[in-house]
Ligand binder design. Structure first.
Ligand SMILES: *[C@@H]1O[C@H](CO)[C@@H](O)[C@H](O)[C@H]1NC(C)=O
Ligand SMILES: *[C@@H]1O[C@H](CO)[C@@H](O)[C@H](O)[C@H]1NC(C)=O
Ligand SMILES: *[C@@H]1O[C@H](CO)[C@@H](O)[C@H](O)[C@H]1NC(C)=O
Ligand SMILES: *[C@@H]1O[C@H](CO)[C@@H](O)[C@H](O)[C@H]1NC(C)=O
Ligand SMILES: *[C@@H]1O[C@H](CO)[C@@H](O)[C@H](O)[C@H]1NC(C)=O
Ligand SMILES: *[C@@H]1O[C@H](CO)[C@@H](O)[C@H](O)[C@H]1NC(C)=O
Length: 493
């Protein structure tokens, strides 16, 4: 979806006021009368799980193998640091299904058929997981990331109707998929739990576990098909397997990472009808073959778990013509998912990738032949959300009069308030932020940050008046976040 307006994200916090004496942008020249953003803490919507990306298909190795350790740390900071980077809070890893690591394949922990679904499996843990384990360990240990999503694109080939992990096929044993080799549902559930255990032994708690990726798409790389009834059938095997392993408090099941939002809505409905909805921790969907046209109804939080611009040439810009790879476009994409489609988690496709293909599949382009990298401003669009809208934040009411700025607001678990404003207009808009409802918040300080053509989540001016009103400006075609620190929070973040 393309917005013609601005989106504004503001946050309220309680620490010392952010440098109101900072120079304002030259873009603020064309001032308009201030309009008021009203934040209503008494009106609550979904709880946020966070923002993230994937490093599947060996992209993690671009970080893990990086021989220049300073650059390696810079890449980690760009992705996870809440001061200097995007502050991502979710990592989506691919659970490999391929017997080898040729090309960019993800190798499986069970490459050989043990002789049938009841035979003792032969797990082979290589301690690398295509580079994903090391990056996950850094995310958890250095940056405090708590949400690790492990997602299988397919079961190993010998568990499937087509005998290989590529080109679709079904898991043997789900309704409509019988195999001469037997019923592999329990073996697949055991295998997924074994993967979670290998991570736990390495100090990383997988919190979300997906057993399907794009089940409405059959392709030459790892893929496995499923409808909602088949998914529900397997969920009823996997859920008790997780419980029996004593992992029920740590990890929950996601489903189904469909290609399209509408297919995911259908699958979610079938899972509900089959009585398995209560076993889901999150409903996950991509939007490649059909975008979101509203909330997917149900009890579980919904994640837009993968999307990118696959078609455009690599572009790092913020705004030139509203192109699919531009930063401002992604600030708006996130806005649409969170505000219009009830999304609790929003994940880009790859965090890093090689220069080839020269597309916008990634946020950071890493050339491992020269140890160099280039950052797309898409990353800074995510930063404006992810740094300030933290896991556990509850979206609250936000409305704005006049001037076409789009706004969303969130109350974090620590009491800070983030107000996000996006402006798609060509001139700056002055805004006031007022907070009401829900017991209110006595703002002790406000900080503001902006990303636009020249600034990457840079501090910008905002002032806190004696009456508690926050005044600031939303630059032309920018995302600006106001972060409000309540008096009691003492500046904790
Ligand atoms: C990373 O190192 C592994 C060996 O541990 C190698 O197989 C892989 O090709 C390397 N990948 C990159 C991107 O450097
Ligand atoms: C994030 O970046 C800041 C500024 O460079 C640095 O002080 C801090 O240590 C970094 N955080 C982590 C977890 O590395
Ligand atoms: C991982 O989960 C277990 C409970 O399953 C918990 O005891 C442990 O503290 C968690 N570890 C981390 C690093 O969060
Ligand atoms: C939004 O998602 C939550 C779960 O995160 C759910 O409880 C709520 O009913 C959903 N709202 C709408 C409008 O679908
Ligand atoms: C770069 O990555 C490719 C693909 O994984 C790998 O084959 C190659 O060995 C890597 N080059 C270096 C210098 O690590
Ligand atoms: C938010 O995005 C704007 C671009 O509109 C950028 O200038 C700003 O630095 C970003 N701020 C944060 C906190 O991410």
């Amino acid at each position: 979806m393309r917005f013609t307006n601005a989106v504004l994200v503001a946050a309220a916090t309680g620490s010392a006021a952010a440098a109101p004496d900072q120079p304002t942008s030259p873009q603020l020249g064309a001032r308009q009368a201030a309009s008021t953003i009203t934040v209503d803490l008494g009106k609550t919507y979904q709880r946020m799980d966070g923002f993230g990306f994937s490093l599947a298909f060996q992209r993690a190795n671009l970080i893990t193998n990086m021989s220049d350790k300073i650059k390696q740390r810079e890449l980690l900071d760009l992705l996870f640091n809440r001061t200097t980077g995007a502050g991502f809070s979710i990592v989506r890893n691919g659970i490999g299904s391929t017997p080898n690591s040729n090309s960019d394949y993800m190798n499986t922990i069970a490459p050989t058929n043990p002789g049938g679904p009841k035979a003792e499996p032969k797990y082979q843990w290589d301690g690398k997981d295509s580079g994903q384990l090391w990056v996950s360990q850094q995310a958890v240990n250095l940056y405090g990331v708590k949400t690790i999503y492990a997602n299988a694109w397919s079961a190993p080939g010998y568990m499937k109707t087509n005998g290989r992990d590529t080109n679709g096929g079904n898991l043997c044993g789900v309704p409509g998929a019988s195999c001469s080799s037997g019923d592999w549902r329990q073996a697949y559930a055991n295998y997924l739990v074994a993967y979670v255990r290998f991570y736990a032994e390495a100090g990383v708690n997988v919190t979300h576990l997906g057993f399907l990726n794009e089940p409405d798409y059959s392709t030459s790389y790892a893929s496995m098909q499923s409808n909602g009834n088949q998914a529900a059938d397997f969920i009823k095997v996997l859920s008790p397997t997780i419980e029996a392993a004593g992992l029920g408090a740590q990890v929950g099941i996601t489903c189904c990472d469909s290609m399209s939002w509408s297919n995911q809505g259908s699958m979610a409905g079938q899972i509900r009808s089959a009585g398995a909805e209560g076993m889901l921790k999150a409903v996950t969907s991509h939007t490649y073959s059909g975008g979101a046209g509203g909330a997917i109804s149900g009890r579980a939080p919904v994640w837009m778990s993968e999307q990118c611009d696959l078609n455009g040439q690599w572009s790092t810009g913020w705004y030139s013509n509203g192109g699919a790879g531009e930063g401002l476009t992604w600030a708006n994409n996130i806005y649409s998912a969170v505000v219009n489609n009830n999304v609790s988690g929003y994940l880009y496709w790859e965090g890093v990738q090689w220069p080839n293909p020269n597309t916008n599949e990634k946020l950071i382009r890493v050339d491992n032949s020269t140890n160099s990298y280039e950052v797309a401003r898409r990353l800074w669009a995510f930063a404006n959300w992810s740094r300030y809208v933290r896991p556990g934040a509850v979206r609250v009411g936000a409305s704005v009069g006049g001037n076409g700025v789009r706004t969303a607001a969130f109350r974090n678990e620590d009491g800070t308030v983030a107000v996000i404003a996006i402006s798609s207009g060509g001139s700056a808009a002055n805004v006031n932020v007022q907070i009401s409802g829900g017991g209110g918040v006595k703002a002790a300080a406000v900080q503001a940050f902006v990303s636009d053509n020249t600034r990457n989540c840079a501090a910008t001016a905002a002032t806190l008046g004696d009456d508690g009103t926050i005044s600031g400006s939303v630059a032309a075609r920018s995302i600006t976040t106001f972060f409000i620190l309540p008096a009691a929070a003492g500046g904790a973040r």
